[in-house]
Design a binder for this molecule. Sequence first.
Ligand SMILES: [Zn+2]
Length: 347
Amino acid sequence: MSTPVLPEEAGLREAHLWSTPIRDLGLTLKGTRLEPILAEFAQELEQAGFQRIKPRFYLSTEWGVPFETVAVAIPFYLAKPELTEEHARRIGHVEGMGRTDILRYLRHEMGHVVNYAYRLFEDPEWIRLFGPITTPYIEEYHPKPFSRRYVQHLPGWYAQKHPDEDWAETFAVWLTPGRNWKEEYATWPEALAKLTWCDQIVHELQQRDPVVTSAELDEDVAQIDYSIDDLYQHLKEGNSTFPVELDRSLRSIFEEIDQRPKADTDPSLRPASLLIRRLEGDLMGNAWRWTGHFPERTRILLRHLAERAAAMKLRYAESDETAVTVAITTIVTALAMNWANKGSYLP
Ligand SMILES: [Zn+2]
């Protein structure tokens, strides 16, 4: 007979999981949902003609390829559904939502692998097309949405971050099965030139052995001595201050949409703060995708707006929900664009 698990015990067990050093969680790729996806990706690489290059996949804290290695780090939270859920709850944004999205990231990382394995970044043509690899790597880059000079693959106009990312994104578009890049980028000469060169050089490289084969791991899960709690604590942003003008913008949205007098006690009116909280997940992803404003920033901004809407007791009628949603989405987009361009919400 099995002993029933009391709710307190289950809670304790969970709390224990979050405070255990990550290396002691026994996380591996084997047996997880990542295994069949990696098998599918291996097949994709073979079909694309990569026989000589052998990337090594491992679990770490985030996506990446340590410089001058062929080792691909996959976020450990993708290995188990409960860890993915916890990451979504604490951070709000998951890089690798499902099989299609994980494959999208793998194709990007494979671009780095090919770059380092063949030291492509030393090729004068690579430098001419993408820029020097020594260009400073700026975490908060300022993308130009819809620029025709870059391909589009990962959200946030990611190719615009750095020459190495530009190459990785170009390679990922080239590698994606069923994508007709020649047609898709036919009227974007600069992006097309990068793809065309990628197509040509990759075919040449496939006949050559890689010059770099190091698969040294950086922050492998088996080595990480801090816990998930520590990791997420570390990832949390400090307190941000927001311009007071946002109060006026918020108030005007609700006043202009519905001119009817509102009684605080009217049960048919809904609190704006709850709607803003509900929009969080979708707005984080979309603002990131279209403006390059980081999801974690959008979350902090929205929580501020929700707090202010609650303090100002802003409400709306159910019949105005679409109008209010569009207005909030638009104001967040405008602020996100300002931030992405200039690093501040107001000019
Ligand atoms: Zn990258």
